[in-house]
Design a protein around this ligand. Structure first.
Ligand SMILES: [Zn+2]
Length: 53
């Protein structure tokens, strides 16, 4: 699953930049911010409470 800066986060979780792997935390209902290096495409989220097993 991928996400892009400017989209609304559907769940709280951490996104990892697809380009530099920087972690960006996103809160449910808030827009996803670009990574600190200015990239806007993210790879899979991790640390989602709903997906812990
Ligand atoms: Zn980046």
């Amino acid at each position: 699953m991928t996400a892009h800066a400017g989209e609304t986060a559907r769940k709280t979780g951490d996104f990892y930049c697809a380009t530099c792997d920087e972690k960006v935390h996103a809160t449910e209902g808030d827009k996803i911010l670009p990574c600190p290096n200015g990239h806007k495409a993210f790879e899979t989220r991790r640390n989602e409470p709903d997906t812990k097993s």
